[in-house]
Ligand binder design. Structure first.
Ligand code: ADP
Length: 291
């Protein structure tokens, strides 16, 4: 299973170029699509799930061309859109039952075992009789991923799934995706939250202004900022000066002043020591230097 995206471009009717000559190859496992708001991530996701058409370029999914095999491709995809909503008056299990019947599971018994399997997979067995639109944000998102998993899709696309979740739910959601990614499927996770990518993805791309600015492994991305991340203890005035000159990533107040981590090509001040870069450092570094 592989996705090949070649020279994909999309200009909206208002003239905005949301995708500009995007080229990506995506293999099995979890693929992180990282980029700030407005980068073009949703446009790319909606194109892959056949909800909108590109102006030019080609997408091949598992050997099938998106422009000629929309129906077949749709059948292999599970999609959790960014603004997923539930109907009022449906309980969690009823919603999944309804979604399963829309997905073509006609026999009641077959649907019912699929619903129970999905509720279990996303840890919502105890919430099965609660109204779907009354669940907590994290539970709603888990129910959303459950509907995307109906019929065992081989390509799962989730658009900004962790936005607005508390840390515990965010980790829980990531773990569900991470477990799925070990089952020979492709998961594309689009996010503007760097931490969503670091712990789970084997490959990633960075999208900005509709262009792919990086495509490769998270580790190689991080290594690009080696030697450029510094830590120092500074006083309040020094902190202000540093912030004017360098991108400061973290500022932790302590009894002696502030512990800061910042990006700089050369040692920014005498007391600064170089530290290992993480994905968040690398992201800030990349956006400062390349975009
Ligand atoms: P992201 O998901 O990375 O936040 P989007 O794909 O939603 O980015 O949007 C990319 C750009 O295209 C943004 O500038 C957005 O305002 C614009 N855009 C998105 N949808 C439309 C649309 N239907 N018509 C016009 N412009 C759009």
């Amino acid at each position: 299973m592989e996705i090949q995206i070649t020279n994909l471009s999309k200009i909206y009717d208002n003239g905005h170029q949301a995708l500009n000559n995007v080229n990506l190859t995506i293999g099995e496992g979890m693929f992180g699509l990282l980029g700030p708001n407005g980068a073009g991530k949703s446009t790319l996701m909606r194109t892959l799930v056949t909800l909108q058409e590109p102006d030019s370029g080609e997408v091949i999914i598992d050997g099938l061309s998106l422009s000629h095999h929309r129906r077949e491709i749709r059948q292999m995809i599970g999609y959790l859109p960014q603004d997923f909503r539930f109907f009022p008056k449906l309980k969690a299990w009823e919603f999944l039952d309804y979604a399963a019947s829309l997905a073509g599971l006609k026999r009641k018994k077959e649907r019912s075992s699929e619903v129970e399997r999905l509720l279990k997979q996303v840890g919502l067995e105890d919430a099965r009789d609660r109204f779907a639109n009354k669940l907590s944000g994290g539970m709603k998102r888990r129910l959303g991923i459950a509907q995307a998993l109906i019929g065992d899709p081989r390509l799962i696309i989730v658009d900004e799934p962790t936005t607005g979740l508390d840390p515990e739910e965010r980790i829980r959601f990531r773990n569900i995706l991470s477990n799925l990614s070990q089952q020979g499927v492709i998961i594309i996770l689009s996010t503007h939250i760097v931490a969503d990518i670091s712990s789970t993805c084997s490959a990633m791309a960075l999208l900005n202004n509709g262009e792919v600015r990086y495509h490769g492994s998270p580790d190689d991305f991080i290594s690009q900022s080696a030697g450029m991340v510094w830590r120092a203890m500074v006083g309040f005035d020094e902190l202000k000066t540093l912030k004017e000159k360098f991108p400061v990533i973290t500022t932790i107040p302590s009894l002696d002043g502030y512990e800061v981590e910042l990006i700089a090509a050369d040692q920014p001040l005498k007391e600064a020591v170089p530290i290992d870069a993480g994905l968040e450092h690398a992201y800030v570094c990349f956006m400062e230097n390349n975009v």
